[in-house]
Design a protein around this ligand. Structure first.
Ligand code: ZN
Length: 213
């Protein structure tokens, strides 16, 4: 004889499992369906062989390119702080950067340079690169991206100053619109002594190779 509890479990399984899975599937398929619509809208046949798996691929790629929303920049930095007496400037140059512009959802890519001065704490280099990715893997404008990286670096090590410079090329400018292939956008955020002291700012710009001649 089946116990009442067993019958209850079977009842739940039969009645609710399909509902739960259907819910998952609906949510899962939402982006794929939207991409199929876009394909149709541009005059394509989403059912032809080459495009059959494209909606899924686009979905997975979009999730990867925007995974920064799921990451906590504070947590990334927390694990990357080391005690070290050091009161000169530390620079990490040429951190690769790939992001998506929020106006066209097209890539912009380039390099990020970070400099900071702190009395007795330093950041692990690899975590600085992860911080850049955390903010870059979202829909962005380059100005905000630069500012976010800089602001985030000040507090955890009580930095005396932080400087961030990003140089990037935007596909929305290169492939469409004004189609300017060689233009580069440069943005900077200077905080603390990097903002208030010319000598500090100049030293930073010099070391990343961006000083005015
Ligand atoms: Zn754009």
């Amino acid at each position: 004889m089946r116990s009442l509890w067993d019958s209850f479990k079977i009842y739940i399984m039969l009645n609710w499992t399909p509902v739960l899975f259907a819910g998952d599937k609906r949510e899962d398929k939402f982006m794929e369906d939207a991409i199929r619509k876009i394909l149709r809208e541009i005059g394509e046949d989403p059912d032809r062989e080459g495009l059959k798996n494209t909606p899924l691929r686009v979905k997975l790629s979009m999730e990867y390119l925007t995974q920064g929303y799921k990451e906590d920049p504070g947590k990334i930095l927390k694990k990357a702080i080391f005690h070290e007496h050091c009161d000169h400037m530390i620079i990490v140059r040429d951190i690769e950067l790939y992001s998506l512009c929020e106006h066209h959802m097209l890539p912009f890519f380039g390099k990020c340079h970070i400099g900071y001065i702190s009395k007795d704490k330093v950041y692990g280099v690899s975590k600085l690169a992860r911080l850049v990715d955390c903010f870059a893997r979202r829909l962005q404008v380059q100005e905000r991206l630069t500012q976010q990286i800089a602001s985030c670096l000040m507090k955890p090590i009580k930095a005396e100053g932080v400087g961030v410079v990003i140089e990037a090329q935007h596909l929305c400018m290169m492939m469409r619109g004004v189609t300017k292939q060689n233009s580069k956008m440069i943005t900077s955020a200077m905080l603390g002594s990097f903002r208030s002291e010319h000598a500090t700012r100049d030293e930073f710009l010099n070391l990343i190779g961006m000083a005015r001649s």
